[in-house]
Design a protein around this ligand. Structure first.
Ligand code: TYD
Length: 175
């Protein structure tokens, strides 16, 4: 099942000099690097990449709420709201700030089940909980209860498309 997927190496990873390490992890498993470019994204492209839709906002806000509950912390103290959509909007605003803050690498990877394989290599959203052996698990210990009081997004190094339809949409957006 030959697929193509989109990966972004975000500004935090570029600044830390992890570009070569990250690309080599995709290459060594057998994914093919089809296209790659380095750019400082403008606000417009990032806004389209993370659309202002309710599902996305609910999902992002929900993960922050879950983490706060897990550590028995109070979101109201840090964000002034406990509304899942409002929290999603705040995260989206911080994502736009982060991705436009410096050089980012966009690339297209292809291979058998490339979407799923790439997500597996990247690891789960919150680095603190991501498995060792994944990019996020090996190179970051960030978590929402640490990043949120600092009014910034999670430094989780990479983005990878979540599904084939998302991959097609994102490839058209960035290339
Ligand atoms: P999401 O699409 O849920 O995760 P993924 O990147 O694994 O597909 O969230 C998009 C980005 O939003 C995520 O990579 C980092 C940021 N984010 C935060 O900064 N804090 C949070 O609590 C969450 C859930 C996401």
């Amino acid at each position: 099942m030959l697929e193509r997927t989109l990966v972004l190496i975000k500004p935090d990873a570029v600044q830390r000099g992890l570009v070569g390490e990250i690309i080599s992890r995709f290459e060594r498993i057998g994914l093919i690097l089809d296209e790659m470019k380095l750019l400082i994204p403008d606000e417009q492209i990032v806004k389209k990449h993370y659309p202002d839709d309710l599902n996305w906002l609910r999902n992002a806000g929900g993960k922050t709420i879950e983490t706060y509950q897990k550590f028995q912390l109070n979101l109201m103290d840090d964000l002034g709201t406990v509304d899942v959509i409002e929290i999603g909007k705040i995260i989206r605003k911080w994502l736009i700030q982060h991705l436009t803050s410096g050089p980012t690498i966009a690339m297209i990877l292809s291979g058998n089940h490339a979407v799923e394989v790439t997500r597996k290599i990247v690891g789960s959203t919150i680095p603190l909980f991501a498995e060792l052996g994944t990019i996020r698990g090996d190179f970051s210990i960030d978590s929402p209860d640490y990043s949120t009081p600092q009014k910034r997004v999670l430094m989780n190094l990479v983005h990878a498309s979540e599904s084939l339809s998302e991959a097609n949409r994102e490839i058209n957006l960035w290339f």
